[in-house]
Design a binder for this molecule. Structure first.
Ligand code: BG6
Length: 488
């Protein structure tokens, strides 16, 4: 279990993220006996309710979003830890009651599952209550800002009261088992460690496709768009882990230093080159998994003139020694045919084909890292078809070496990303959290693309819901004689 007890204070304990993700994750940590026996969980929200009512809320949400069939033993241990404080988070006086709910001798973890616009108020309130010291940890959810400038405002507000070593910025993709496995695959296997550069790799594809649409979040999403919602954080984090140099150790700053160098080496995309390197799309009505769905502009509450992108494809270049000339193609969208996230490494073709007269008949090896669902790792290799032929020639066939997590680790449950991240915060390990300079660098790159799009005054390309995005995204690769990996 986490090696020291803490007071885990959850701001926004009745909000969507807490109900869907955080409370069910705490339940799973309890079930796995990973919470310290003395750790307490203090829910904070505006509604006035007593602890018993809060416990019932928590139970209901765990059953709805986590485990319908609650383990009674786990629940009785978890509910015994629960406490609740009603706080008006914008009102400093409201924080005075905290000392009755937390123990000054224990580490306090403050998880801000609230809109970022009140992070500053919460930090100020905590400060005024005299219960924070240098051992307090504060966890921030995305989105941290809307662009570099607004993210700096939020980060500055928090930094007034907390040092960087106390701040844990969540990107939940960093808690996914398969994303963490990128580090293991690359640095625990010499076949990958030594072949991971421009000498061996032709290009890399990172796709994060979702079948869902806007899910009742039109207002938030329309303001953000797929670029801010997915690329600025999740896709750039995956790209950094795939491309970074080996860190000296697995400690937080070694890893984050290396990720930052990748972000800094991303070739800027601006008004001079966005046309040849980016595609943005917006879905129109169509069918997803056999079900008819409305277009983005026909969703509830939609502003019908919106030019917000629900799909982005980018050809990114990393201008450093390792990746010279190796494009990283990124693609992410809503209302695509299915939910699938993959990293595909295309190795270079052999210099000469012994087995036929065309290069095309000897396809390149591919390493497919399936992040979700059907987690696994697959390598395509050319293999001789066993048997005799009258000409004596060798027949080759493309075959797969396939490691499926569900088969190889059938006894293990794949934990939700938030379980991993909550545990890491309680352990005080910042390696899986995003440092301020990474956030800034990611915004710098993304802002420049957004500005180029704005300046062009062109609407996003339409694509039918249930397809893999606008045809232009196919063209992005086709003009370089490449094509998107087709997920099974
Ligand atoms: C969130 C985005 O960060 O990630 C959502 O705000 C998106 O729009 C979600 O749907 C995807 O996460 P996952 O874990 O389902 O791939």
């Amino acid at each position: 279990n986490s090696n020291e007890p803490c007071d885990f204070v959850l701001f926004g304990a009745l909000g969507d993220l807490s109900r869907r993700k955080l409370l069910p994750s705490l339940y799973q940590l309890e079930k796995a006996q990973l919470l310290h026996p003395e750790t307490s969980i203090v829910g904070v929200a505006r509604q006035s309710m007593d602890v018993e009512a809060f416990q019932q809320e928590v139970k209901k949400n765990i059953q709805k979003f986590g485990e319908a069939d609650l383990c009674e033993d786990t629940w009785s241990r978890l509910s015994a830890r629960l406490d609740y404080v009603c706080v008006d988070m914008k009102d400093i006086a409201s924080y005075q009651q905290f000392d009755e709910h937390v123990n000054p001798d224990r580490t306090m973890v403050c998880y801000l599952a609230t809109p970022p616009s009140i992070y500053g108020d919460i930090c100020r309130g905590l400060h005024s209550s005299n219960i924070i010291d240098s051992s307090v940890r504060v966890v921030l959810e995305k989105p941290i800002g809307h662009d570099l400038e607004s993210s700096n405002i939020i980060n500055d507000q928090v930094a007034e009261y907390f040092s960087e070593s106390q701040i844990y910025r969540i990107d939940h993709y960093l808690g996914k088992e398969t994303v963490l496995n990128l580090v293991a695959l690359r640095f625990a296997n010499s076949i990958f460690a030594t072949n991971w550069d421009h000498n061996c790799i032709d290009h890399v594809q990172i796709s994060v496709a979702e079948s869902v649409g806007i899910e009742g979040r039109w207002g938030y999403f329309d303001d953000a768009g797929q670029m801010r919602d997915m690329v600025q954080n999740h896709l750039l984090q995956i790209l950094s882990l795939v491309a970074m140099e080996p860190p000296t150790t697995l400690d937080a700053d070694s890893i984050r230093d290396e990720k930052l160098k990748v972000l800094k080496a991303l070739r800027p995309i601006d008004s001079s080159n966005f046309n040849s390197t980016t595609v943005r799309g917006q879905y129109t009505a169509g069918f997803v998994k056999g079900e008819e769905v409305p277009g983005y502009l026909e969703e509830d509450d939609a502003n019908q003139k919106s030019q917000t992108e629900t799909f982005v494809a980018i050809k990114a270049n990393i201008d450093n020694w390792r990746w010279a000339g190796v494009p990283f193609y990124l693609r992410t969208g809503k209302r695509m045919p299915k939910k699938v996230s993959e990293v595909v490494i295309y190795f270079k073709r052999q210099p000469h084909n012994l087995f036929g007269d065309s290069f095309q008949s000897l396809p390149p090896n591919k390493l497919v890292i399936r992040l979700q669902p059907d987690e696994g790792v697959e390598i395509t290799v050319m293999n001789k078809v066993p048997g005799l032929t009258s000409s004596g020639s060798m027949d080759l066939q493309k075959s797969k070496l396939n490691l499926s997590f569900s088969e190889a680790f059938s006894a293990e449950r794949i934990p939700d990303a938030y379980e991993k991240l909550l545990l890491e915060v309680m352990l005080g390990n910042q390696a899986l959290f995003v440092r301020r300079d990474e956030v800034e660098q990611a915004w710098t790159w993304v802002d420049s693309i957004l500005e180029a799009w704005r300046g062009s005054n062109e609407p996003p390309e339409p694509y039918q819901a249930g397809t893999w995005g606008p045809v232009e995204s196919i063209g992005l690769l086709a003009r370089e004689n490449r094509s998107w990996y087709e997920s099974k």
